[in-house]
Write a new protein. Structure first.
Length: 128
């Protein structure tokens, strides 16, 4: 069975986990080791460095750990996401992202201000 590797800046919700097992047919969810998670969650926004160089340890991890047709959930910095989706496709992995439905609730406060609450609800996973 396939594994799901997460390149994602937070933990999956219980609903996302259940959907991943059901819809993606995976056997295990694999979070990045802490050192690699730190790389993924901290892409330097001011650096002129090529994003691929920054991601090299993550690419090596996937190449050495994931098996053909494993699934990789990729969401984050746009450049890093693009490079990682391309890398995964080139080595036979299936890159996906999570789709959500967004709801907004506005409340008028007594002092004339407005409070807005945004609710994001997981819908499904979609291939890049």
């Amino acid at each position: 069975m396939k594994n799901l590797f997460l390149l994602f800046s937070h933990r999956l919700t219980e609903v996302q986990k259940q959907d991943a097992y059901r819809s993606l047919g995976i056997s295990e969810i694999k979070y990045l080791p802490d050192n690699l998670q730190n790389i993924w969650s901290n892409i330097p926004p001011t650096s002129e460095l090529v994003v691929k160089e920054h991601l090299k340890p993550i690419f090596e991890y996937l190449a050495n750990t994931a098996e053909n047709q494993d699934i990789v959930l990729i969401q984050g910095d746009f450049g890093a996401t693009y490079e990682t989706v391309t890398f995964c496709k080139n080595i036979g992995l299936i890159p996906v992202y999570a789709t959500t439905e967004r709801k907004s609730i506005e409340q008028q406060n007594e002092d004339g201000t407005v409070t807005t609450q945004r609710i994001f609800q997981h819908i499904h996973f979609r291939k890049y």
